[in-house]
Design a protein around this ligand. Structure first.
Ligand code: B1M
Length: 234
C-alpha cells in the first residue's frame, strides 16, 4: 500500500531545482514508509549526485519518512518488522551521508571532548549517531559508546577520555530515567563538576532536562551542536 507523505513537511519553493529536490525528498520518505531499503539507498545516491545537501536529505527526506513509520507503529498499523526494515534503510542511507557530512565541516581545533551514547535498555541508534556525526564534523572530539550503554560505562569513559561533555540519548519513555541515573552516577564518582551533560531523544523535553539536573537539552542534531558549543564555552 502506498501512503502520501506530502503533508509531513512543508517546503515552499518555486524554482525548478527546488521542485526536483522536493520530489526526491518525497520519494526518500516514501521508500522508508514502503519498507524498501534498496530504493532508499539508490535515492540517497541520486540526491547526492544531484548536489542535494546531505543534511537536507536527512531532515526533509529521511526523518519525515521515519516519523510516518513511527506514527503508524504507534497506531498499530505497522509492526516491529516494519520498524526494523525502515531503520535498515535509514542506516544504509546514513552510511552514505556520514562521510559527506564530515567532509563539509573541517575544524582543526578541538572544541571539546564528548562521550555520547544511548542509555541502558535502549537500542535506538540512528538519532544518537547523527548527533555524534554532526558534533565531530563541527570540531568536537567524540567518543561514541554505542547503544544500551551501562551507566558505569559513561562514568568510566569520562575518566578515560578526560571528557568535558556527556551526551545521553533516550528514545523510550521507559529509558529516560536512565539519563537521571547517569547524572547521579557522575555526581557519585566526583566528576559531575568537570562535565556538562546534555540530553536528547524524541520523548525528552527541556523541562525533563531541568528536572534531572542536566545542563542542556537539544531537540535535534543541529541544535545539539549549538548547545555543545555553548556548554563547552561556559
Ligand atoms: Co522504536 N520506538 N522501539 N525502534 N522507534 C520509537 C522511539 C517509538 C516512538 C515508536 C512509536 O511507538 N510511535 C516508540 C517509543 C514510545 C515511547 O516510549 N515514547 C518505540 C518503541 C515502543 C520501540 C520498542 C519498545 C518496540 C517493541 O519492541 N515493541 C523497541 C524498543 C527496543 C529498545 O530500545 N529496547 C523499539 C525498537 C526499534 C527498532 C530496533 C526496530 C528501531 C531502531 C533501530 C536502530 O536505531 N538501529 C526503531 C525505530 C526505527 C523507531 C522510530 C520509528 C524511529 C527512530 C529514529 O531512528 N528516528 C521511532 C519513532 C520516531 O521517533 N518517529 C521509534 C530518526 C532519528 C534521526 O531521529 O532518533 O528522534 P531521533 O533523533 C533525533 C532527535 O531525537 C535528537 O536528534 C536526533 C537527530 O535530529 N536526538 C538528540 C536524539 N538523541 C539526542 C541526543 C542529544 C541531542 C539530541 O544530546 C545528547
Amino acid at each position: 500500500m502506498v501512503y502520501s507523505v506530502i503533508s509531513v513537511y512543508s517546503v515552499v519553493n518555486d524554482n525548478k531545482e527546488s521542485n526536483m529536490s522536493e520530489e526526491i525528498y518525497t520519494k526518500l520518505a516514501q521508500s522508508l514508509i514502503d519498507g524498501d531499503p534498496d530504493a532508499c539507498v539508490e535515492l540517497t545516491k541520486q540526491a547526492l549526485a544531484e548536489g542535494v545537501e546531505p543534511l537536507a536529505i536527512i531532515r526533509q527526506g529521511l526523518m519525515p519518512g521515519m516519523n510516518v513509520v513511527g506514527e503508524k507503529f504507534g497506531t498499530g498499523e505497522y509492526f516491529l518488522p516494519d520498524l526494523i526494515i525502515a531503520a535498515d534503510g535509514m542506516q544504509q542511507a546514513m552510511a552514505l551521508l556520514d562521510p559527506e557530512l564530515q567532509a563539509r565541516q573541517q575544524s582543526v581545533e578541538s572544541l571539546g571532548t564528548m562521550v555520547i551514547g544511548t542509555v541502558k535498555g535502549d537500542i535506538h541508534e540512528i538519532g544518537k549517531s547523527l548527533v555524534a556525526t554532526m558534533l565531530s564534523a563541527n570540531g568536537f572530539k567524540v567518543h561514541d559508546l554505542g547503544v544500551d550503554v551501562p551507566t558505569e560505562k559513561f562514568v568510566a569513559a569520562v575518566n578515560e577520555y578526560g571528557a568535558n561533555l556527556v551526551g545521553l540519548s533516550a528514545l523510550l519513555t521507559t529509558t529516560m530515567t536512565m539519563q537521571k541515573q547517569v547524572i547521579a552516577a557522575l555526581q557519585e564518582a566526583g566528576v559531575r563538576g568537570q562535565v556538562k551533560v546534555m540530553v536528547g531523544g524524541a520523548p525528552v523535553t527541556r523541562s525533563w532536562a531541568e528536572e534531572i539536573g542536566a545542563d542542556g537539552y537539544a531537540e535535534d542534531a543541529m541544535s545539539a551542536v549549538a548547545l555543545a558549543r555553548k556548554l563547552a564555552g561556559d
